[in-house]
Design a protein. Structure first.
Length: 77
């Protein structure tokens, strides 16, 4: 089951249902699997959008830059 904190973190990183598919328990997981097997175009669209988001926003460079700024080591330019 997804905790509220993890869910909040996930919504900060991805748009739920647009860039990533999520489930809350085993029943919801089974439902999602059946749904996306019947909707392969939607599943592929979510997969492509999630991959694009990862490649544009979740790189090592961006993560380290954010961390260094948060630590006060790197200033915004």
């Amino acid at each position: 089951m997804v905790s509220n904190i993890k869910e909040m973190e996930l919504t900060y990183l991805f748009r739920i249902g647009k860039e990533i598919a999520c489930y809350r328990n085993e029943f919801d997981c089974a439902y999602q699997i059946r749904y996306f097997l019947e909707q392969p175009e939607e599943a592929m669209a979510i997969g492509r959008a999630g991959r694009q988001r990862c490649q544009s926003d979740h790189t090592w460079t961006k993560r380290m830059t954010g961390l260094l700024r948060w630590m006060g080591i790197l200033e915004d330019v």
